[in-house]
Design a binder for this molecule. Structure first.
Ligand SMILES: N[C@@H](CCC(=O)N[C@@H](CSC=O)C(=O)NCC(=O)O)C(=O)O
Length: 287
């Protein structure tokens, strides 16, 4: 059920013949007010139902980051693709310490449903991005829910890989920029998953792309991943070789491209964002 109660359009801007909108609503899943962004291409503004790519941002980001910094909207307009951008965590949950570190809590929800108090009351970004947000935004905007893809950067790439592998019929296309592929094995993930999910590491596997592949989860389309080799988080937090190995063992089609000299920033993301949208458009049968 989508709930348009208390839905507010905070901003609206014409953009590349389409429109960018930032919304705020009362999320039943998060139990808080939540914000998200939408880019509608010209065809959608004209009333045509269009395919949609959900773009998940990384640590410290908001619903604005990808839309503003990916420089992808001209290509989205050309392809006739809508883009939806959730926030990266609940805000104002009142959890002690949630604003202390940038890699856990506010801006660091890891797109999962926390099971451990005090996080479990509001840190439910997994259900939010897979159920509540699609039901709402695909009811209020001309979006074709049968042609839905997911992408993301860093922690957002983790979210895109995990949720596409968990629900390949829901997310028809998937890509990622410098994703955290094996959070169960790297410091960022160990810190957040311990807090959100507890110390029983079996509970972490449902939110770890490498573990999901090792457990036999695959996606019918090719997963596109881009990674800079000058990425400051590459060795410690990202470790794409684990994804390469697990995908090969699982028979998962993966295009993993490494780029000399590129770092972790949105200057890297925007360098390859148009190609990612073309990848989604091809899989979704658009453009
Ligand atoms: N504040 C941190 C840097 C945090 C950072 O680099 N965040 C990345 C995502 S990291 C994994 O999800 C990001 O997307 N930042 C937003 C941006 O506009 O670049 C520090 O001080 O190192």
């Amino acid at each position: 059920m989508n709930d348009t109660a208390e839905l507010q359009v905070r901003e609206e801007h014409p953009c590349h013949g389409g429109v960018v909108r930032f919304y705020e609503h009362t999320s039943r899943v998060l139990g808080l007010r939540a914000r998200f962004g939408v880019f509608l291409p010209p065809a959608a503004v004209a009333g045509q139902k269009v395919p949609v790519v959900y773009a998940l941002a990384g640590l410290t980001c908001t619903e604005e980051t990808f839309l503003i910094k990916s420089a992808a909207l001209a290509e989205a307009a050309r392809l006739g693709l809508a883009i939806v951008t959730p926030d990266t965590s609940p805000r104002g949950a009142g959890v002690e310490g949630e604003d202390k570190d940038w890699d856990m809590g506010t801006g660091a929800g890891f797109y999962l449903d926390a099971t451990q108090a005090p996080w479990s009351d509001h840190y439910r970004m997994g259900t939010y991005i897979t159920q509540e947000l699609p039901a709402l935004v695909e009811a209020i905007c001309p979006l074709d829910g049968t042609r839905r893809g997911i992408t993301g950067h860093s922690m957002g790439g983790h979210g895109a890989l995990v949720h596409a592998l968990r629900a390949p019929a829901f997310w028809k296309s998937v890509s990622a920029f410098a994703p955290i592929v094996h959070p169960a094995a790297v410091p960022w993930g160990e810190k957040a998953l311990t807090a959100y999910l507890g110390t029983e590491r079996e509970a972490w596997q449902q939110y770890d792309a490498v573990c999901l592949l090792e457990a036999g989860h695959t996606h019918p389309s090719t997963i596109l991943v881009d990674q800079g080799d000058a990425d400051q988080f590459l060795e410690r937090e990202l470790q794409p070789w684990h994804l390469e190995k697990a995908a090969a063992a699982a028979g998962q089609k993966l295009t993993l491209r490494r780029h000399a000299g590129y770092d972790h920033s949105y200057w890297f993301v925007q360098s390859f964002a148009a190609e990612h949208l073309r990848h989604h458009a091809q899989v979704l049968g658009q453009g």
